[in-house]
Ligand binder design. Structure first.
Ligand code: TYD
Length: 137
């Protein structure tokens, strides 16, 4: 079934405030609706660069700005929405089948991605026109 932007959610993760420093938590199937199969992170992004111009057929993910800030534009082929991530206690949940682009990375930003799948290049759709054709199937 086709995914839509309504399935994309900014999740307010638990934040345990403490004078010694704050702490946040993500537990699979509790704060996010999938089992975590893989974690990767994006860092040292030069100014003006874009990451993640693609869609996944199966991968669901949660993106967290552990440090700094960046924008995530999500597109379901009909509508686009941009989320600004700038707090380490927010996670952007993206369901499968959606196009996403990440840009406006601040200096020293650190983007952590929790994925529901192992890496599989075959799960990627890397051309936008092919993505639009895929949605029509
Ligand atoms: P890609 O997912 O295209 O990066 P982004 O979405 O951030 O722009 O991945 C960049 C390269 O890294 C690509 O050649 C595939 C490789 N890669 C892996 O080998 N394993 C992984 O888990 C990921 C996420 C990427």
């Amino acid at each position: 079934m086709r995914s839509t932007l309504s399935e994309v959610k900014l999740i307010n993760l638990p934040k345990i405030e403490d004078p010694r420093g704050n702490l946040s938590i993500i537990e699979e199937k509790i704060h996010i609706p999938f089992k975590i199969e893989r974690t990767y992170w994006i860092y040292d992004v030069p100014g003006g660069q874009m990451r993640g111009g693609h869609a996944f057929k199966e991968q669901q993910e949660l993106i967290v700005a552990l440090s700094g800030s960046f924008d995530v534009m999500v597109d379901d082929g009909k509508e686009k929405k941009t989320f600004s991530l700038n707090r380490s206690y927010y996670g952007l949940y993206i369901s499968k089948g959606l196009w996403r682009e990440m840009n406006n990375f601040s200096t020293n930003s650190l983007a952590m991605v929790l994925s529901s799948t192992k890496f599989d290049e075959k799960d990627y759709i890397r051309e936008y026109d092919i993505y639009l054709k895929y949605l029509k199937k």
